[in-house]
Design a protein around this ligand. Sequence first.
Ligand SMILES: C[S@@+](CC[C@H](N)C(=O)[O-])C[C@H]1O[C@@H](n2cnc3c(N)ncnc32)[C@H](O)[C@@H]1O
Length: 425
Amino acid sequence: MAITRFAGSALQADAASRSYDGALISTDPPYYDNIGYSDLSDFFYIWLRRSLRDIHPNLFGTMLVPKAEELVANPYRHGGKGEAESFFEKGFELVFSQARRAALPEYPITVFYAFKQSELEKEGIASTGWSTFLDGMIRSGWIITATWPIRSELPNRMMSVGMNALASSIVLALRPREATAPATDRTGFLDALHNELEAALPKIREGAIAPADLRQTILGPGMAVFSRYSRVLEDDGSPMSVKTALALINQTFDALQNEHDADLDADTRFCLDWYRSYGWNTRPYGDAESLAVPLGLSVEGIARGGVLTSGGGKVTLIKPQDLDPKWDPANDDRLSLWEVTCHLARAYAAEGRETAARLMAAVKDRVGLDEVNRLATRLYELMESQDAPTAGLFNGLGGAWADVSATSATLRSVAVAETLFGGDD
Ligand SMILES: C[S@@+](CC[C@H](N)C(=O)[O-])C[C@H]1O[C@@H](n2cnc3c(N)ncnc32)[C@H](O)[C@@H]1O
């Protein structure tokens, strides 16, 4: 098949006043006063102008780069901080309203948002900057249909923050909201949110989304629910703010994570209760007994399962890093989800995909693998603030889940073929 190649072309135009007719948009917009682009540009412009003015007369016609239209909140240019912010916000909404008027029904537009690391550290993913950004796009007539975390920026900084840092950029997909979109109330919003997040979560988990990025990813389907309505009305009749919607999306996500607790095996529920109460600390035997008995368990039984050490009146939950690397599920008559998840996370981090895949294949008929994946996310979230290195093991397993599962499936088919046709031939 012949491939037609077109030469690219670039032109400079003011985003707030140009036409978007027929345009498929992917944009990385400026944000408040994060960076003074035009002032920085002047530094290079004056040198480029000397050598390129004859080649690009339109681009280098002015002494310095254009400033007045620049969408940044620069207090010196706009007569104060308040005026500068209002200039930015109006301009930002103008861009998105113009783009909305010309929106193509077949394609979404994509918008990049770069978190300031300080913003993420202080306020998390419901930060003021982020909710104002979302609000501007929703008010301009867009539905947010996806939020994908990306790790494209600041590699040095990311590494220094550690392996569990949240992705610092998000790409959003937006589609036009119809003018006839209905309104709903808080209850209607919460019901739709619960149903749609419940349907979305397994699909997201199947992908290569690390548990650390799950909360950012789940905002997409959550915001899709919120922004598809013309308004979500609070009980007093006022419109719900984006900040409240973000908080409710987070709460619904937490509730969905905990909803399956009743289905967990008793040993796993014991370990979750124990970790929440005592972490990895060694405690008196009585503490373990009082958590075990209501679950119909004995401390000795749990210890036999291989997740706990008990002796001399003291009990300690075994950290994944300290589990026996030679563990063979075939010789373990008391498997729990907790045990399997910890072993898989350890094996993946210490020995890699093949070993983890082998273990996965060995346990797949005895525990629900989807449950293991879900528990990996929970353990990441549970441990992240107290024990980042251990949380990192679960983050690694969750992020590599699709990969490990695929390898495990090939191991299983090789095993079946060997059984059917004889391994040595
Ligand atoms: C976040 S940066 C994009 C950076 C880009 N993705 C890159 O990697 O080089 C935002 C850009 O928007 C430009 N900008 C600011 N105001 C504008 C306006 N009114 N019209 C068009 N572009 C504008 C800035 O000059 C800056 O280059």
